[in-house]
Write a protein of this length. Sequence first.
Length: 309
Amino acid sequence: MAEITQRDGAWTFDGESVRIVPGRDKSVHLVRQALGELTVPLEALAGVAYEPGRKSGRLRLRLRPGADPLAQATGGKLPDAADPYQLSVDADRTGVAEYLVDEVRQALLLDQVPSGPSDRYLLPGPPVPLSATAGDATASFDGERIRLEWNWKTEESKKSGGPRTIPLEDLAEVEWFPAAGLENGFLRFTVAKATATAAPKYDPHAVVLYGFRKDPLMALVAAAVTARLPHPFAPPEPADAPPVPTPAPTPALDAAPAERTETEGDGDADHDALLRRLRELGDLHRSGVLTEEEFTTAKQAVLRRFSRH
């Protein structure tokens, strides 16, 4: 097991998933506080990195495209402070951060996790019901309907139509863009069969974002809705086609030798990788990077993987 605790929060890797717990400091971003604890399964990861800096470094998880509704909805545009998949690391904890990176990379290699797109969401997205207030509206989502309620900053022509309720089945797309420079951002819900789209300022299906601290909370609404829309990388529904004849069964004796050879080859590779990992842990322990407790815990995690393989 690898674990690191900083002011922004704590990350723990147990060989199967990365558990992310946000810090309790008042400076921790509202988005991280609202999301709460996250469990990122190993199969959702495309990679992990530690980026050193002069005063502090940064741990960063890279998720597979399509694995997480939040990452899908925001497209990498969340501010660093709001991104739950980043962790600021003090300079004196560099060794622990690098050890966690090494552990995750070894697990990705041993489990042969692909880095390409996922055809389903591997994280559930923000829980519902939820509500966020920012820009010119309050947006709420209960899992079935989106409701937009306007405030005093709303353009009069948009406000005059009253609050807007959008059933999920009427929705074609959700977009979230943060404010940048002099340009406002927006959260837009595109309704299916819409003939035209007005600017967010006048669009009764959009929230204007002015670049204030609470703006990223609207990304949570976007993510919760995204999690319940058709997945962008899901395989297409099979078209109607005549049944494919079932081929004659191959005698079991012909298939058995090839199957045994492939399995044995994979087992040898995993066995060698696990032995190398045990030697590396011993080196880290002897050099002082790992404490006795950290070394024992990590060794037990590797041995558990060894027994599975």
